[in-house]
Design a protein around this ligand. Structure first.
Ligand SMILES: NC(=O)c1ccc[n+]([C@@H]2O[C@H](COP(=O)([O-])OP(=O)(O)OC[C@H]3O[C@@H](n4cnc5c(N)ncnc54)[C@H](O)[C@@H]3O)[C@@H](O)[C@H]2O)c1
Length: 253
């Protein structure tokens, strides 16, 4: 028996390897969920779906730009025709463009709000409509420690992630009447392509992980986040909604 047997899950931003979406999709599939994986990078999404299938799971992949309203309609149609409904939605896709406020352009600001916050609104709205038909579901939104505390060069990224944090709580309150739960996950420093790009490093061993910064003294693995998302996706968390899960090795403690 898998912890997600009989459930259908969408994970956005599942192409990146190493990435939180891909690892989450594989983890949820390993526990019995049927997966829909999407990304703006369709080849990467297809690769993720093939990995799930090779391991014996069910998966479909499609291209999706999470900022597109029409794209969300198409995504829900694809999931409905493949699996007949949706139980779990992981709004994971995101970008990190870390720029000092004094040199940040309005275009950079708008892009980060669009990809990191507006997309999550669109995803939650679409998921609620689909989950109402199943009389329940679980939405998991990827925020960040940058949505909880101030960090250098994180004006737009932090504003978007802080928005995801409080939006998730509002949605939890509003969607509870449909038995739909909504929680946010707040990773600290996890080695992925985003982390490599944001830091300009090729190797996690070069990350700044002193205990003064990260009490456990090491970066996290994508699986550390995927395991938390698995819990939130499963019925084990059926009394948990509107909560924020900080997975940061003590960084913000
Ligand atoms: N890695 C970390 O340390 C960390 C920390 C805190 C929060 N997060 C958050 O976790 C999530 C996943 O991060 P990651 O580290 O795996 O990032 P990543 O860059 O490795 O993967 C992100 C994926 O999102 C996709 N994507 C970007 N824009 C998109 C769009 N418009 N439409 C569809 N797909 C799009 C990318 O193609 C990529 O595959 C993000 O929301 C990120 O902000 C990550």
């Amino acid at each position: 028996m898998g912890r997600l047997d009989g459930k259908v899950a969408l994970v956005t931003g599942a192409a990146s390897n190493p990435g939180l979406g891909r690892t989450t999709a594989l983890r949820l599939a390993a526990e019995g969920a049927k997966l829909a994986v999407s990304d703006i990078d369709v080849v990467g999404a297809q690769t993720c779906a093939q990995e799930i299938q090779s391991a014996g799971g069910d998966a479909i992949a499609f291209q999706q730009n999470v900022t597109s309203e029409d794209g969300w309609v198409e995504a829900m149609e694809a999931i409905s025709s493949a699996y007949g409904g949706l139980d779990i939605c992981v709004n994971n896709a995101g970008i990190a463009v870390l720029v000092p406020i004094e040199s940040m352009t309005l275009e950079e600001w708008n892009r980060q709000i669009e990809v990191n916050l507006t997309s999550v609104f669109l995803g939650c709205r679409a998921a609620i409509a689909a989950m109402k038909k199943r009389e329940g579901g679980s939405i998991i939104n990827l925020s960040s420690v940058a949505g909880i505390v101030g960090l250098q060069t994180c004006t737009a990224y932090g504003a978007a992630k802080g928005g995801v944090r409080i939006m998730s709580k509002s949605i939890a309150v509003e969607a509870a009447k449909y038995n739909i739960r909504c929680n946010s996950v707040h990773p600290g420093v996890i080695w992925t392509n985003m982390q490599a790009q944001a830091t300009g490093l090729n190797d996690p061993s070069a990350l700044e992980v002193s205990p003064a910064r990260i009490p456990l003294g090491r970066p996290g693995e994508p699986l550390d986040i995927a395991n938390c998302i698995l819990y939130l996706a499963s019925d084990e968390s059926n009394y948990v909604t509107g909560a924020e899960f900080v997975i940061d090795a003590g960084m913000t403690a």
